[in-house]
Design a protein around this ligand. Structure first.
Ligand code: ZN
Ligand code: ZN
Ligand code: ZN
Ligand code: ZN
Length: 311
């Protein structure tokens, strides 16, 4: 039997959207259970006696939350129309189904993710962004949803191995199909998704630390270098964070920029690498489980100094 857990006896605050929104729990005097009202849909979310954050992060912005918010807004529009105070927006909303409504908003978010990914990649490759548009420059360790620093995103592995993403980013694309998003496609080239860092220690929630695919190199160098030596990259992570030439090209990175970045970082050429990725059955001798990295000049070149060594 697991040991009894101590209840949390004072209200807990959960910040969202870079602290612009703060949701504070209320405690039931009898049961001691925390609950919090979702600011998007006005539903009360039960968080238990420990005020666990997970139910809230999983809920806010996800499909049931959007659905509830949609129903609420539609109802309010209907009431205004009946009262004779309806606007053209109200007329539009009462004639929209949730399905077409959410497809429209999801498309916007999906595009946003892709759009931001192009900016991040230009910044990573230190190449001129032909279409800079944000007032703020892309951060060193940017959020893949919005391109700025400071968002908290967590990749969660469910019991059956399915993956879900929780985030406090205002542009969190909650309906993201992880497997599809992690793959390059012509329609949505950007494959920047949250991945787990196998080198970080596991967090309190029992889930490994989450990093963005595009930021993985930066993370490895800054968090896992030992002295001047970058850590070996576990093979599986290398597979997850590899960006194909096709993807870079689709996001506007010139081929010679990709090539020289790869040379600088000892990243193998796409085609050869894909053979390498196919697994032990193909050629045991050329596959190693980790990829060693050498990092000699800590400061200036730290960002670009991960290496790749075959056995
Ligand atoms: Zn909600
Ligand atoms: Zn932009
Ligand atoms: Zn963000
Ligand atoms: Zn790490």
């Amino acid at each position: 039997m697991p040991p009894p857990v101590d209840p949390v006896t004072s209200p807990v605050t959960f910040p969202f959207e870079n602290g612009a929104i703060r949701l504070i729990t209320v405690i039931d005097p009898v049961s001691g259970r925390h609950s919090v009202v979702c600011d998007l849909c006005d539903q009360s979310i039960s968080l238990g006696i420990r005020a666990a954050s997970k139910p809230l992060f999983n809920h806010r912005g996800a499909d049931p939350c959007q659905r509830t918010a949609f129903k609420r807004d539609k109802k309010a529009s209907k009431e205004r129309i009946l009262a004779g105070t309806g606007s053209p927006e109200d007329e539009k909303l009462v004639n929209t189904s949730f399905k077409s409504y959410s497809t429209v908003s999801l498309l916007v978010l999906n595009k946003m993710c892709n759009h931001v990914g192009a900016h991040i990649l230009h910044s990573l490759r230190s190449t001129n962004d032909p279409k800079p548009c944000s007032k703020q420059a892309v951060g060193e360790n940017p959020c893949g949803f919005c391109g700025l620093e400071g968002c908290l995103t967590q990749l969660q592995e469910k019991k059956k191995g399915s993956l879900s993403v929780a985030s406090n980013c205002p542009y969190h694309y909650a309906a993201m199909n992880y497997k599809a998003a992690a793959k390059f496609s012509k329609a949505v080239p950007c494959s920047n998704v949250p991945v787990h860092c196998p080198l970080c220690s596991t967090s309190v929630s029992g889930q490994p630390q989450t990093i963005w695919k595009y930021n993985a190199m930066y993370h490895l160098i800054h968090e896992h270098s030992i002295g001047d030596t970058s850590p070996p990259i576990p093979g599986q992570l290398l597979v997850q964070i590899f960006i194909t030439k096709e993807e870079e090209r689709a996001l506007g990175i010139q081929e010679q920029v990709t090539a020289s970045w790869r040379r600088q970082n000892n990243i193998p050429d796409s085609d050869g690498f894909e053979v390498y990725l196919q697994g032990p059955q193909v050629d045991k001798r050329t596959r190693s489980d980790t990829v060693s990295t050498v990092n000699s000049d800590k400061h200036d070149s730290k960002r670009n100094k991960l290496g790749y060594i075959q056995e």
